[in-house]
Design a protein. Structure first.
Length: 210
């Protein structure tokens, strides 16, 4: 899914705060500083996120031409994660534990020894695997200060919020009926009418037929 390919599933945000007058001329250095960094098997963290090219998630050497398109800032939010299958980890951990017990002449391992052994096994397996990779397109219209994240996941939205604030020093406000009404600049009569609205819940046809 994304702005350039796939189905158009997105979340919309308003960019607020102290927005620089010249975003293309003042933010590229910070964008590059927050570009995606590959995961290491020895990392304590299980996943990592950062900016990449919107056209190629493997391209993290970002320059002006890859990021700024007329009045748009276009980036890929790349998320890599170590995903070791549970049964695989369990089997290797059991094998390593049995070998360590035999080597030390013990019947069981203590809690700390088990934790250390698991860390060693996880790092060993990571060296045999490739992290899972996902990239989510992010498009910021500098004229309207509306941003589209091509995902509807709350978790991905939270990752974007953190990375975007660190990079651009501004805030993201999720679109809602209330924020949309504020931006439209309703007059007093329209504001009163809007305040009196109540949520409407649409049931499925099969539920109504029951």
């Amino acid at each position: 899914m994304g702005a350039l390919r796939g189905s158009l599933t997105f979340s919309r945000f308003y960019v607020t705060g102290d927005i620089p007058d010249d975003v293309p001329g003042t933010t590229l250095k910070r964008i590059r500083a927050n570009a995606f960094q590959p995961l290491s098997p020895d990392d304590e963290k299980n996943e990592g996120a950062g900016w990449a090219s919107i056209e190629d998630p493997f391209d993290t050497d970002l320059d002006h031409e890859k990021v700024f398109y007329n009045e748009y800032v276009c980036l890929g939010l790349r998320l890599d994660r170590w995903a070791i299958p549970g049964p695989l980890l369990k089997a290797h951990l059991r094998e390593a534990e049995q070998a360590l017990l035999a080597k030390r002449g013990l019947e069981r391992l203590g809690r700390q020894a088990k934790a250390d052994l698991k860390t060693m096994v996880v790092r060993k397996l990571r060296r045999q695997l490739v992290p899972s990779l996902k990239s989510y397109d992010v498009v910021w219209n500098l004229r309207t200060n509306i941003l589209h994240l091509y995902s509807q996941s709350e978790r991905i939205a939270a990752l974007l919020d953190d990375l975007f604030k660190r990079t651009f020093k501004v805030d993201l406000v999720p679109e809602s009926p209330g924020t949309a009404a504020d931006r439209l600049g309703l007059d007093a009569k329209e504001a009163r009418a809007f305040a009196g609205l109540e949520p409407t819940f649409l049931s499925r046809v099969e539920e109504e037929a029951r």
